[in-house]
Design a protein. Structure first.
Length: 487
C-alpha cells in the first residue's frame, strides 16, 4: 500500500478488517463469549438482526488493539487526525467524558491550578477529583433576557491568567451546550504567552470543521488538546468520541498512557467502526451535509420567530458579551413569552406531539439539528410549537428570570470528595460546605460543586429546580430532601 492510500479519506481500515474477520469465518475461542451472536438471548437478536453480533469482536493482531494501536486502529486514527487538523487523534469509547478527564489528568498534577469556566460539564468535576487539580473558576457571562450563561469575556480570562501565574492550564468550552463560543483565538494567545496549555471541550463542536459559516475549531485556533463528541453531531454511535492533540506542547506518548488509565481494554469494535465510517462520511460529504443542516436550522428559526411568545435565538447574538460567535445549527428557543418553563414545553412536546427535544431549562428548549434531520421533522416541530403558542401565550405572563447563584469554593472538589460528611436537610443546609454535586441533566452543568459553601439563594434555587421536576443528578438522595455536607 502506498502512503498516498493511507491518507485517502475513502478508506475505512477498521471496518474493512472487521468485515474480513467475519468473511474468513474464523472459529472464535476468544471473548466476547456470545461468539458472534450464538450465545445472545433470542429476543435481542430477533429485534436487531445477526450481523451486529458478528461485528462484536475483540482486539487481536489483524484487528489491532485500542490500548496500543499500531495497525488498523492507528491508521483510522491518523485519518481522523488529518480530517480534524490535529497532529494525532485517540479514539475513545467512553464518550467525551473520557477525553475531558484524560486532558485534565494529562495537564495537571495534584495541587496545580487549572483555570476553568464554572459552567463546564460535570466530566471536569470528575477530572478535578481524580487529578487533585485546583480549579480557578471563571464565571461565564449571563444573558439576562435568555436566562442562560454564555461564553467567557476575554478581558476576564486575561485578568485571571495574569493573577494566577502558577496555573498550568486553561480549559474552554467550544461551544457551550447552547452553541455559543468564546474568543478562543485570543484565549489561546493569552494562555500560551504565560506557557499555559489550552484544553478545549468540543463535545458540541464535532461538526465545526465542515462549513465555513460554523465557528473555528480549537485545533485551527492553536489549542493544545480537544475532546470531540462525534456521537453528538458527527454521526457516529453513542459513546464514540475522540481526543485530538497538537504535538507542539503535548507529548503524545504520555497522552496515550493517560488515555489508557480510563480506556476499557475491551473497546467495542461496533463503536470504532462507527467512528471510522462517520469520519469517512464527514470527509467526503461534510460540507454539503452542513450546508443543509444550517439551512434547516435557519429556516426553523425564521418561522419560529413569527410565533407569538417564542424567540429562536441565533447568530444575531454574536458580539454580545461572552458570545464571540454562534453555532448556526443549534436551535435554541426561548419560551418565556408563553408563560411556561422550558421544562413544561419539553414535556408538552413529548406528551402531546411525540417530539423529544435535547434539553430544556427554566426559560428555553434546545433542539439539536444535525445530519439526521429533514424538513418534515422541522415542520412538525414548528407546527407543534405554533399549536402550543395558540393554547398558552395569552393565558399567562412571562416568567421572571432567576439566575444561578454564584458560590465560593472553600475546599477543592477532591478534598470535599474524600472528607467526612454528614447528612442535613436541604432546607437547613445554608452555610454548610457541600460534600456533593447537584445538577440538572442535561446539560450536566453542576449548580452546586463539592467544596462550595451553600448559600440561602442556592437552597432556594435547588428547591425551585425540584419543584419544576427537573431531572436532578449527582446527589446521594435522588429526591434532594437531604444533602451531604462536610462534617
Ligand atoms: C459540554 C459537554 N462536555 C462533555 C460532555 C460529555 O460527553 P459524553 O456524554 O460523550 O461523555 C457533554 C455531554 O453532554 C457535554 O455536554
Amino acid at each position: 500500500m502506498t502512503s498516498q492510500n493511507k491518507t485517502d479519506q475513502n478508506r475505512t481500515p477498521i471496518f474493512e478488517a472487521v468485515k474480513k474477520y467475519i468473511d474468513d469465518k474464523v472459529i472464535p475461542f476468544h471473548v466476547p463469549g456470545h461468539k458472534g451472536g450464538k450465545g445472545i438471548a433470542h429476543g435481542f437478536k430477533d429485534y436487531v438482526g445477526e450481523q451486529i453480533f458478528r461485528m462484536d469482536v475483540n482486539g487481536m493482531e489483524d484487528l489491532d488493539n485500542i490500548c496500543n494501536p499500531v495497525g488498523v486502529i492507528k491508521e483510522a486514527e491518523n485519518l481522523l487526525a488529518r480530517l480534524y487538523n490535529a497532529d494525532e487523534s485517540f479514539m475513545l469509547v467512553n464518550g467525551t467524558t473520557q477525553g475531558v478527564q484524560a486532558m485534565i489528568l494529562y495537564a495537571c498534577r495534584p495541587g496545580e491550578e487549572i483555570i476553568i469556566p464554572r459552567n463546564a460539564h460535570r466530566s471536569t468535576l470528575g477530572a478535578l477529583i481524580l487529578s487533585g487539580a485546583i480549579p480557578v473558576y471563571i464565571q461565564p457571562e449571563i444573558h439576562v433576557d435568555l436566562g442562560i450563561s454564555t461564553g467567557l469575556d476575554i478581558r476576564k480570562v486575561r485578568d485571571i491568567i495574569k493573577s494566577h501565574p502558577y496555573a498550568k492550564t486553561v480549559f474552554v468550552n467550544n461551544p457551550t451546550y447552547y452553541g455559543m463560543v468564546s474568543d478562543l483565538k485570543e484565549i489561546v494567545k493569552a494562555a500560551h504567552d504565560e506557557n499555559m496549555l489550552v484544553l478545549a471541550d468540543e463535545a458540541h463542536g464535532a461538526h465545526f470543521p465542515f462549513h465555513p459559516a460554523l465557528p473555528a475549531t480549537a485545533m485551527e485556533l492553536g489549542a493544545d488538546m480537544s475532546a470531540i463528541s462525534l456521537h453528538k453531531t458527527g454521526g457516529s454511535m453513542t459513546q464514540s468520541s475522540a481526543l485530538l492533540i497538537k504535538r507542539k506542547n503535548v507529548c503524545s506518548n504520555k497522552v496515550n498512557t493517560v488515555v489508557n488509565l480510563m480506556q476499557t481494554t475491551s473497546a467495542s469494535y461496533i463503536l470504532m467502526v462507527s467512528l471510522d465510517l462517520a469520519r469517512k462520511h464527514l470527509a467526503l460529504r461534510g460540507k454539503s451535509i452542513m450546508t443543509k443542516v444550517i439551512g434547516l436550522a435557519g429556516y426553523a428559526r425564521q418561522r419560529i420567530n413569527n410565533i407569538i411568545g417564542l424567540y429562536a435565538f441565533g447568530p444575531e447574538l454574536s458580539g454580545q458579551i461572552g458570545i464571540f460567535a454562534f453555532d448556526d445549527t443549534k436551535l435554541c428557543i426561548n419560551v418565556r413569552g408563553l408563560g411556561l418553563s422550558g421544562y413544561e414545553v419539553e414535556s408538552i412536546l413529548r406528551k402531546e406531539y411525540n417530539i423529544q427535544v435535547e434539553m430544556s431549562d427554566f426559560y428555553n428548549i434546545l433542539s439539536i439539528i444535525s445530519l439526521g434531520d429533514n424538513m418534515e421533522n422541522i415542520d412538525s416541530l414548528i407546527d407543534s410549537l405554533k399549536d402550543i403558542s395558540q393554547k398558552y401565550s395569552t393565558k399567562t405572563s412571562a416568567k421572571p428570570i432567576i439566575t444561578l447563584p454564584t458560590l465560593s469554593m472553600i475546599t477543592t472538589p477532591r478534598e470535599a470528595f474524600y472528607a467526612n460528611k454528614k447528612k442535613v436537610l436541604l432546607e437547613e443546609s445554608a452555610g454548610e460546605i457541600s460534600g456533593e454535586t447537584a445538577m440538572a441533566y442535561p446539560p450536566g452543568i453542576p449548580a452546586l460543586c463539592p467544596g462550595e459553601r451553600i448559600s440561602k439563594d442556592m437552597v432556594d434555587y435547588l428547591k425551585m429546580m425540584k419543584a419544576s421536576k427537573y431531572q436532578l443528578l449527582g446527589m446521594e438522595d435522588p429526591h434532594l430532601e437531604y444533602i451531604n455536607v462536610l462534617s
